[in-house]
Ligand binder design. Structure first.
Ligand SMILES: Cc1cc2nc3c(=O)[nH]c(=O)nc-3n(C[C@H](O)[C@H](O)[C@H](O)COP(=O)(O)O)c2cc1C
Length: 202
């Protein structure tokens, strides 16, 4: 997680992946920690990040699935191609981290781990959040897409009638799981409009 607004996307994606049975290595940047505290109930939580998830979603998955790595720890296994993971998601992803990954300029464990995923040709998903985008942002996003990175904008849909922030977060979490090939029931799928489907072409 990096320091873009939209911490709820991180919380719901972690929940969705853990519930789906996956082990997770979490890395939160300095400003990611700030937005996580500002925007979610993690700000009121006294314990660490692993405790937070295991307490908040108690019973939804077996304990021990989550590890946490410091964002400045370049000695972490995540920084090495020899211990590469199945996939990596940066959610939400700042324009600063997008730029770092797009240009192979690694300053912390997050952009280094993403660099590793690219060089090892493993799945990398980014959920960029900025408005409006400038030309530099758009060029960097295009560069990542050209390298096979899945770019899922932090743009939730409304056709599934979200009622809560969690619903909005689950939509993005669901898009992330879908591109990783993980089945989920995080939001109702659009079934089409029968009335339109049966209509003669106009
Ligand atoms: C409250 C807050 C919200 C922010 N929202 C965004 C955002 O939506 N997108 C973005 O690119 N940067 C945003 N930033 C700026 C980044 O946090 C800043 O550029 C930071 O250096 C990014 O570092 P990181 O990618 O290592 O987390 C925000 C900063 C703060 C304090």
């Amino acid at each position: 997680m990096t320091g873009a607004t939209g911490a709820i996307y991180f919380v719901r994606t972690v929940r969705a992946l853990a519930r789906a049975g996956h082990g997770l290595d979490l890395v939160v940047s300095r400003y990611g920690a700030l937005t996580l505290k500002e925007e979610t109930d993690y700000g009121d939580y006294q314990g660490g990040l692993i405790d937070y998830f295991e307490t908040k979603f108690s019973g939804e998955w077996e304990k021990g699935k989550i590890a946490v790595h410091h964002y400045q720890d370049q000695t972490s296994a995540l920084a090495s191609g020899s211990a590469v993971r199945d996939a990596m998601v940066i959610v939400p992803c700042t324009m600063k981290t997008i730029a770092g990954v797009a240009h192979g300029f690694s300053t912390n464990l997050i952009d280094r781990a993403a660099d590793v995923m690219l060089k090892e040709r493993r799945p990398l998903v980014v959920v960029p959040r900025e408005a409006p985008y400038n030309v530099i942002h758009l060029r960097n996003l295009l560069s990542l897409a050209e390298q096979g990175v899945s770019v899922i904008p932090a743009s939730p849909a409304f056709y599934q009638h979200p009622k809560t922030f969690d619903d909005l977060g689950d939509f993005i979490a669901g898009r992330v799981l879908s591109v990783l090939g993980i089945t989920h029931d995080l939001f109702p799928k659009w079934q089409g409009k029968e009335s339109l489907g049966q209509r003669e072409p106009e």
